[in-house]
Design a protein around this ligand. Structure first.
Ligand code: PEP
Ligand code: MN
Length: 365
């Protein structure tokens, strides 16, 4: 696959960290104008203005967006702030209208990314069109679906691409509206070289408090920008009232975030090089030990086979899990990390032994 175009090459004068702000929904022309005026007064003009025109609502009966009319109001943004605008599209008709009104950047929402039919319909509507598209992560933590949506755009010729990390729904974790699951955006960046990911703390937190903390974490993890819902009178917003901030608060937040330099852009100094060499060496040792461990696992597998024992033995597994986790905790490793590590090693061990068993049976037959 040839490389896609990064944000700086979209031809819109954007750079990273990219700051996107604007209301959850466009409500009235006066609302858009007021937000723009306050952004200007507070000296916090984002690089890209967002506004929802069609709102995908979980339950019917709530405000579903102003529709095409709202696209005309985006002229107000251009007039006051002279910045490009982005809106969410959920089907081919939305794409057609957004393009008709010269929307600069499109985004696909989390409820659409989960549905390959809908994503493909949007992709077909975009075939041969030169417009940047940002894809929000799907509601569920499924990297394949997220990548799949990006690939569907790329396949029809959309090469100006970015991703938006807006968290994942989790019925049990009440701390967030959508749990961040930081490993997902990081995985995406690892899997698709150069893919920039914008963090959307508003939909992750779902409340005003806690936004800053999530935004800072995103920068610490090396994500490439922030999308923050901003409204001149958040409490009276027609959608997502609890999570929107005023332009004044947006300014305060942006000013207090420590925007890190990506390591790749820095000339690594001596100290960093030394430390990296130490890590390389430790990783080699880690791999040697894993190799040895799996050699022993294979011997155990052979023994189980000879004695007609099952590969998975739950008592032993529980003992390994508990004792290693306790040891890890004493070494200041977190319980969650220990459990994930042990699951991963154990899963591989079971797979190897099961494969050995299948191969031995095939030879017998
Ligand atoms: C939004 O950005 O207002 C929105 C509906 O987001 P999401 O698709 O992340 O729920
Ligand atoms: Mn919203």
């Amino acid at each position: 696959m040839k490389p896609h175009k990064q944000i700086k090459d979209w031809g819109l004068g954007l750079t990273t960290p990219l700051i996107i702000a604007g209301p959850c929904s466009a409500e009235t022309p006066e609302q858009i104008e007021q937000i723009c005026k306050e952004m200007k007064e507070e000296n916090i003009v984002p690089q890209l203005f967002r506004a929802g025109i069609w709102k995908p609502r979980t339950r019917p009966g709530s405000f579903e967006g102003v529709g095409e009319e709202g696209l005309r109001w985006l002229e107000i943004v251009r007039h006051h702030l002279n910045i490009p605008v982005t809106v969410e599209v959920g089907n081919a008709a939305h794409v057609e209208l957004a393009l008709k009104h010269k929307v600069d950047v499109l985004w696909i929402g989390a409820r659409t990314t989960v549905n390959p039919f809908a994503v493909q319909e949007i992709a077909e509507a975009l075939r041969g069109v030169d417009v940047p598209v940002m894809i929000k992560n799907p509601m569920n933590p499924d990297l394949e679906l997220w990548m799949g949506a990006l690939e569907r755009m790329y396949a029809v010729g959309i090469d100006k691409l970015a991703a938006i990390h807006r968290g994942f729904s989790d019925a049990y974790d009440k701390r967030y509206r959508n749990k961040p699951n930081w490993s997902m955006p990081i995985h995406l960046k690892r899997e698709w070289t150069g893919m920039e990911v914008i963090n959307d703390p508003s939909h992750i937190v779902g409340r005003r408090d806690g936004l800053l903390e999530v935004a800072q974490s995103a920068m610490n993890f090396g994500l490439d920008g922030l999308m923050i819902e901003t409204h001149h009178d958040p409490d009276k917003a027609w959608s997502d009232a609890k999570q929107q901030v005023t332009p004044a608060r947006l300014k305060e937040m942006i000013d207090s975030i420590d925007f890190k330099q990506p390591l790749e852009n820095m000339k690594p100094d001596e100290r960093l090089q030394d430390l990296r060499r130490a890590v390389d060496h430790l990783d080699d040792q880690l791999l040697d030990i894993l190799q040895e461990r799996f050699a022993v696992i294979d011997q155990i597998g052979a023994h189980k086979r000879e004695h007609h024992l099952t590969v998975f033995q739950s008592d032993r597994w529980k003992e390994v899990m508990d004792s290693r986790t306790q040891k890890g905790i004493k070494k200041h490793l977190s319980e969650k990390f220990m459990k994930e590590l042990l699951y991963c090693i154990h899963e591989e061990s079971v797979k190897r032994q099961e494969k050995q068993l299948r191969e031995a049976e095939a030879v017998k037959k």
